[in-house]
Every structure is written in structure tokens, then in C-alpha cells.
Design a protein. Structure first.
Length: 245
């Protein structure tokens, strides 16, 4: 089973399908328009660790690949615990984190709350590039104008008093993100360290324009085997690497 929702999970789904491996792709269901997959798909939560253990048992799952978003901490914790109790091997297939380059003006912060406090002060134009899950936290700094880029149009009022919204799905280009940041007069970018290439252009654009970035570190994940390489996942599935962490 592939715990998905990311570009890495999509890549893996195509790879296992081409290899003739039976797989189930699990979406959390938070995005309205789900990408089609070449393997069986399920959508929705499992009901915590116990629900996931029951699903593994009832569907005779022999391997689990956690290819969820690097900030999907609860799902990753549940998967690690459920697999350990069920004696089902698990590997995490994740993106390599972004690292600051020469010319970047990053302020590294450990979590969302620290990022909110980092915005104390006069009103700014803020590109809040964190998805929609933690937007309400930034209502503590209502003096700013927030630019949001979301995959789906909001269906309920946003928790921030002064926002503009761009509906778009990556990958994004350097040219388009540079134009976006310049046209919206962005003073600071707030980003989760999601890694990967689809959303990296905003960091290149910020570097080119001299815009500072508040970079939120990834949450600590449980101890587990992890790779950034789809070929290693396939070797693991075929039993060519050692089992375990």
C-alpha cells in the first residue's frame, strides 16, 4: 500500500504498476481534484492506528510505503506504529529537504508558532506558502496582507482578515514565481521545508529579488527506514535490501 498524495507517491504508483506489482494508493482526501493513478485507489482516513491495523489485516497488505507529505506527521506516526504492531514492513519515500544556497536570506524556525511570532511588527505583504492546514495560526498577526496559493478554491471563509488567493497547482517556474512575487509586492515568504522541485521556484525567485524567507523546519518523524530514491524503494519491495530501519 502506498500512502500518497505527493508527486513522489505518483511516481512510485507508476513504477510499481509498470513492474506488475499489485498496489493500493491511499489518498487522505483533502484535495478536491484527485490525480488518477494506475493502481487501485482508496480515499479517506483509517480511524487512527487501530483502524489502519484492521485495514492492513483485512486487505492482506504485505508492504507499506509512506509517501505522504513531509509535514503529515500524524499519518506517519500512525503508519509506523500500525506496521510495527502488525509485523508489516514499512519504508518512507520522501523528498530531500531544501537547503539554503548562496544569496538566500532564510530565517530557520522550528515550527508554525515560531513562524507566526517572526511576523510581529509593521504591516507587510506576506506570501504564506504553507497550504491551508495552519492558516488560522497566522490570524494572530492580522496587520499583514497575506497572499495564498492554493490547489482548490476555498469553500468557506478564510481565517485571515486580509488575503488574496491564487488557485494553481505546481510545478511552478522561476519566471512565473518571480513575476508573482514582484507584482504582489511581497516583502517576505513563509514556507514549510517541503522539499522537492514542484514548489522550489518560489525560493529561487525570492533569492533573485532579495526577499527574505521564513523557513519552517520539518517535524520530527518516528524512527523508520527512509529514502529519497524510488529505485531503492523498488529494491526494498523486491527484497534486495535488508528489512528494517
Amino acid at each position: 500500500m502506498i500512502l500518497g498524495g505527493t508527486s513522489e507517491a505518483h511516481t512510485l504508483a507508476r513504477t510499481v504498476a509498470q513492474a506488475g506489482i499489485d498496489a493500493i494508493y491511499s489518498y487522505a482526501g483533502r484535495v478536491a481534484a484527485l490525480a488518477e493513478q494506475p493502481v487501485e485507489v482508496r480515499v479517506g482516513g483509517f480511524g487512527g492506528v487501530d483502524g489502519l491495523r484492521a485495514y492492513l489485516r483485512d486487505n492482506a497488505i504485505t508492504h507499506v510505503v509512506d509517501a505522504t507529505h513531509p509535514f503529515a506527521q500524524q499519518m506517519s506516526r500512525n503508519a509506523t506504529e500500525a506496521c510495527a504492531h502488525s509485523d508489516v514492513p514499512l519504508i518512507a519515500f520522501s523528498r530531500a529537504p531544501w537547503r539554503a544556497q548562496t544569496g538566500d536570506a532564510w530565517r530557520a524556525v522550528p515550527d508554525i508558532d515560531t513562524a507566526v511570532r517572526a511576523l510581529e511588527g509593521p504591516a507587510l505583504h506576506v506570501f504564506l506558502a504553507i497550504g491551508r492546514q495552519n492558516l488560522s495560526s497566522f490570524a494572530q498577526q492580522p496587520q499583514h496582507h497575506y497572499l495564498l496559493r492554493l490547489v482548490d478554491a476555498p469553500t468557506t471563509p478564510l481565517p485571515l482578515p486580509d488575503t488574496s488567493v491564487v488557485i494553481a497547482r505546481g510545478p511552478f517556474s522561476f519566471e512565473s514565481d518571480r513575476t508573482l512575487l514582484a507584482d504582489k509586492r511581497i516583502d517576505v515568504v513563509v514556507s514549510k521545508n517541503s522539499g522537492g522541485t514542484a514548489a522550489h521556484a518560489k525560493l529561487e525567485a525570492a533569492r533573485a529579488l532579495g526577499i527574505p524567507v521564513i523557513m519552517i523546519a520539518r517535524p520530527k518523524m518516528p524512527e523508520r527506514r527512509e529514502t529519497h530514491d524510488v529505485d531503492e524503494v523498488m529494491r526494498w519491495l523486491h527484497g534486495e535490501t535488508e528489512r528494517g530501519v
